[in-house]
Design a protein around this ligand. Sequence first.
Ligand code: CMC
Length: 430
Amino acid sequence: MSSNTSTLTVDNKAVELAVKEGTLGPSVIDISKLYGQSGMFTYDPGFTSTASCESKITYIDGDQGILLYRGYPIEQLAEHGDFLETCYLLLYGELPTAAQKADFDYRVTRHTMVHDQMNRFFTGFRRDAHPMAIMVGCVGALSAFYHDSTDISDPHQRMVASMRMIAKMPTLAAMAYKYHVGQPFVYPMNDLDYTSNFLRMCFAVPAEEYKVNPVLSRALDRIFILHADHEQNASTSTVRLAGSSGANPFACIAAGIACLWGPAHGGANEAALKMLEEIGTPDRIPEYIARAKDKNDPFRLMGFGHRVYKNYDPRARIMQRTTHEVLNELGIKDDPLLDVAMELEQIALKDEYFVEKKLYPNIDFYSGITLKAMGFPTSMFTVLFALARTVGWIAQWSEMIEDPSQRIGRPRQLYTGSPRREYVTVAQRG
Ligand code: CMC
């Protein structure tokens, strides 16, 4: 293989393929002409060796445990920045100046209310509806309310749609929560920062004043930063694929939310907490470790393992620290779930099965304990993930729309069904 081409031999015929180099990470072999030249497709279920696009937004080195947003390490952004600054960075590619940040924060803040008729949408759901089901429906419904920002060929409308989604997602998420617990909706309060406003919309009630705890607000803001983007994961790829057909951005984000819901993806935070509750006490950990290792048992340690990270998930480290901060602030000295989590982590990190397969805690392992301590029910965990990931989805969607080489995403397949056969009428079938 030369430095910028690669040769593949198909049926004794050499096919020259271009090799493209990125700024960091593995180069890619451009196979877009392969079918034309060889009559063959490539086959990669689960996309373990396939780069689906070119992107300038997020970089992950899974072996080293590195995550960069627009080149900046996640640790530095989480330590020094705030979520709206991260949103600006992901959307525009650079950290904002003070004036740009003030303007961006102002613009997001002025879009926090949702059309009042949206309230009626919520009441159409059963009270016991999962808030993620409500989110899929209500975010999709935004496209029926904001016709003036669904023309994807107009950059201004794309920008307005992006602002609207970043701004309205906390309002919708809080409404889903309030509906779920049977309390009245709380309207946004624009003199609060993004995350404090969200906490207030979730936990204030009309009967008394609500004072935002700045430590909890900062912790949740950091959790949002950690979840803001993660390159071409399943939900982001879903958003890109939905968007590649020209669908409107609200519909595309609703598709991303649906994909995120699954327990192998964003639903893992809910599943991890349920698992810790089920384990209950550290003495039962060996039983669950044994189940996770048993090939005949579908049980997996939720919050462990990652398609890309074959090292400690850098987000999990920050999350673990945040968990301790939140529990300290709330005066929770002994949390039995945290005891189980820390012990489980220690045992798994030394266990041959987990070591050999490079299974480390991921971001979802500790996030559930933190969110539960803040007062969120388990069913809201994935909603919070969706809220934070919305900016990543939008940044990736915008990048795709603005890419001149963008075409509809249309994977092919290896067909293994029946060869052609003739239709037989029902009377003639044996
Ligand atoms: N517990 C026990 N065994 C595991 C686990 C686990 N959590 N994760 C992977 N394995 C084993 C798996 O059985 C397989 O073993 P073998 O090679 O013997 O068949 C091997 O490790 C590789 O697993 P895989 O399923 O082929 O790997 P994948 O890259 O397709 O899956 C994953 C990645 C995240 C879906 C998987 O690790 C998993 O199901 N983890 C639990 C769910 C979870 O925590 N998801 C959150 C991901 S982070 C947040 C996000 O980005 O959404």
